[in-house]
Design a protein around this ligand. Structure first.
Ligand code: DNO
Length: 397
C-alpha cells in the first residue's frame, strides 16, 4: 500500500507557525521557498543549503519548492526572457544539487491567486477566503476603470456591479482594492492601481493563444534541465480558473492541462493538482481528471470550495463544499496503486499539503498569510489523513 506524503506549507522563519509546531501536525515535510529572493534572480546555493539544514534540524524534509516564480518577462515574451530563463535553469540546478526535486510554479499573468474578501464569515463563525464575481466586476469597472472592462460584462452584471460598489463605504472600497491587488503569497506586496495598469499594458497584445505559446517556449527550455537534474516540475492551475481583469489564463481546464503536457511530453513536465483552484469551475471533473492525468501529477493541493453561482465561491471546509473529497481521495489512491504496480509510472508516494484553512477562533491574534492559519489547516490535514486511511483500510479489508 502506498500513501500520500503529508506536508505543510511554511513561509520561513517569519512564519508564525514554527518548524517544531509543524512537527506536531504529523506532517513529514515542508513545502517552502526562498521567499526573500526577488522573482527572476538565481537562488544561491548557500541560501538553499542553509534553509535545508534548518528544516532537517527540525526532523522534517524539504519536499517541495512552492514556488520558483516565473518572471513577467517570460510570460510576456519580452526581449529579456532568455536571461530570466537562464536564471531559472540555474536555480533548478542549484536546487537539484541539494536533493530538492519537486518544483511548483504557476503561469498566471501579473497576479497569483485572487480573492475579493479575506475575512468571509461562515456559519460556524470562522473566516474563509471568498471570491465574489460581482465585487470583482465592480472593482474592474468602477475602481480600476479598465478601458475595455465594459466589453466583458453583460448589462445586468454591470448594473449589479454598480449597485454593489455604491453600497460600499470608502474604507470597504479601499479594502476591496487592497485584497484584489495583493501580489505574491509570502510577500506583503500590494500593487497600486497605476502599477497594475502598467502591467495590463504589457498584456495588451497577449491573448490566451499567445500566452500558451509563451508557456510552451518556457517549458521547452526548462524541461530538458529538469530531466538532466531529476526535477519534477509541477504547474499550479489558475486561481480562479478563468480570465480576470482582462488578463488571459491558460491553466484552467483539462484541455489546458493536456495542451501543456503534450507541448513537452516528458514525465518531468507535470502538474500540481489543486482541487480548490480547479474545483471553482463546475465542469472540471476532478476525479476523472486525476484518473486521466494521474501519471503526470507530482503534487496535490487538497482544498474545497463552495461554488455559489456566476463564478463566485468561498473556501469551504476540506470535506465539505462542491468538491467531493471522498471521490477525489479515491482517485488519488487509485493513482498511487497504479504506481505500486508499475513503478515506471512515477514516484510511489506523492506529496500533498492541506491547502488553506479557515481562520478559527483558536487562530485569532496571529498574523498569518491569508489562508495559512495553523489550527484551521491542522483541521484540514487531520480530516484528509483520516479520509485517506479509511479508504485504504476499507479497500484492503
Ligand atoms: C495559494 C497558493 C498559490 C500557489 C502558486 C503556485 O495559496 O496555492 O499561490 O502557491 O500559485 O505557484
Amino acid at each position: 500500500m502506498s500513501y500520500l506524503s503529508q506536508n505543510w506549507r511554511w513561509f520561513g522563519p517569519e512564519d508564525p507557525t514554527g518548524l517544531s509546531e509543524i512537527n506536531q501536525t504529523g506532517a513529514a515535510g515542508v513545502v517552502t521557498a526562498l521567499y526573500h529572493i526577488p522573482c527572476g534572480d538565481v537562488w544561491p546555493v548557500e541560501a538553499i543549503s542553509h534553509l535545508k539544514r534548518q528544516i532537517e534540524a527540525a526532523n522534517l524534509t524539504w519536499q517541495v519548492v512552492e514556488s520558483v516564480n516565473v518572471h513577467e518577462s517570460i510570460k510576456t515574451a519580452s526581449s529579456k526572457r532568455d536571461v530570466f530563463i537562464a536564471n531559472y535553469q540555474q536555480t533548478l540546478r542549484n536546487l537539484a544539487a541539494h536533493g530538492v526535486n519537486t518544483v511548483c510554479y504557476n503561469f498566471m499573468p501579473v497576479l497569483d491567486w485572487t480573492r475579493t474578501n479575506l475575512n468571509y464569515r461562515v456559519a460556524d463563525g470562522s473566516y474563509a477566503l471568498h471570491y465574489n464575481a460581482l465585487a470583482l466586476a465592480g472593482f474592474d469597472l468602477f475602481i480600476l476603470q479598465r478601458p475595455k472592462a465594459a466589453d466583458d460584462y453583460t448589462e445586468k452584471q454591470k448594473r449589479a456591479a454598480k449597485a454593489f460598489i455604491s453600497s460600499l463605504s470608502p474604507s470597504e472600497k479601499d479594502r476591496l482594492q487592497q485584497t484584489i491587488m495583493a501580489g505574491l503569497p509570502g510577500t506583503d506586496e500590494v500593487f497600486t492601481l497605476s502599477e497594475f495598469r502598467q502591467h495590463l499594458q504589457s498584456y495588451q497584445y497577449i491573448d490566451a493563444g499567445q500566452l500558451k505559446e509563451n508557456l510552451f517556449y518556457f517549458l521547452q527550455k526548462i524541461i530538458p534541465v529538469a530531466e538532466e537534474t531529476g526535477i519534477n516540475m509541477c504547474i499550479h492551475p489558475d486561481d480562479p480558473p478563468f480570465p480576470i481583469l482582462g488578463l488571459p489564463r491558460v491553466v484552467s481546464t483539462e484541455q489546458d492541462l493536456n495542451d501543456l503536457l503534450h507541448a513537452v511530453d516528458s514525465p518531468c513536465n507535470g502538474i500540481t493538482f489543486c482541487t480548490g483552484s480547479l474545483g471553482a469551475r463546475a465542469e472540471n471533473d476532478l476525479p476523472g481528471m486525476i484518473g486521466r492525468l494521474g501519471s503526470r501529477i507530482h503534487f496535490f493541493h487538497l482544498r474545497n470550495v463552495r461554488r455559489t453561482g456566476d463564478g463566485s465561491f468561498y473556501e469551504a471546509d476540506h470535506l465539505d463544499g462542491s468538491v467531493d473529497m471522498f471521490e477525489v481521495m479515491q482517485a488519488v489512491i487509485a493513482e498511487l496503486g497504479k504506481r505500486v504496480e508499475n513503478p515506471a509510472r512515477g514516484n510511489v508516494t506523492i506529496p500533498m499539503r492541506p491547502d488553506h484553512g479557515h481562520q478559527l477562533t483558536f487562530d485569532a491574534g496571529k498574523k498569518y498569510y491569508p489562508g495559512y492559519s495553523a489550527v484551521g489547516r491542522l483541521r484540514g490535514l487531520a480530516e484528509l489523513r483520516g479520509l485517506e486511511l479509511a479508504i485504504n483500510r476499507a479497500s484492503s479489508a
